[in-house]
Design a protein around this ligand. Structure first.
Ligand code: FES
Length: 105
């Protein structure tokens, strides 16, 4: 299974939090480098706002629909491991917007 990590790199001029300005851009690069080092076919792609801006930088993995928040470049190694193994990176996992439990579908 090829997993795909979408990382919010949204920028906005207002004072509202935006993942791009808070480290999302650096996170994309760091995860890409970690995946290359592992020879993994998993993908990471920058994307626009995922919704829970105050929790960011945020990311989501498909096909599982596993959400992560409060990420930084220091999390790249653990995220790459999660993409390779399929085991969620528990330390930064969060519920999907609208859910209360990260394990809820
Ligand atoms: S700006 Fe990243 S989730 Fe909204």
């Amino acid at each position: 299974m090829r997993r795909h990590l979408f990382v919010c790199t949204n920028e906005r001029a207002s004072g509202k939090p935006a993942c791009g300005r808070r480290g999302g851009v650096e996170l994309v690069t760091a995860v890409q480098q970690a995946l290359v080092a592992r020879g993994s076919a998993a993908r990471v792609t920058a994307c626009g706002c995922l919704g829970p801006c105050f929790d960011g930088p945020n990311a989501v993995v498909y096909p599982e629909g596993t959400w992560y928040g409060a990420l930084g470049a220091e999390d790249a190694t653990a995220l790459a491991d999660a993409l390779v193994t399929g085991e969620p990176y528990a330390a930064k996992r969060m519920a999907a917007p609208g859910d209360e439990d990260p394990d809820e579908d």
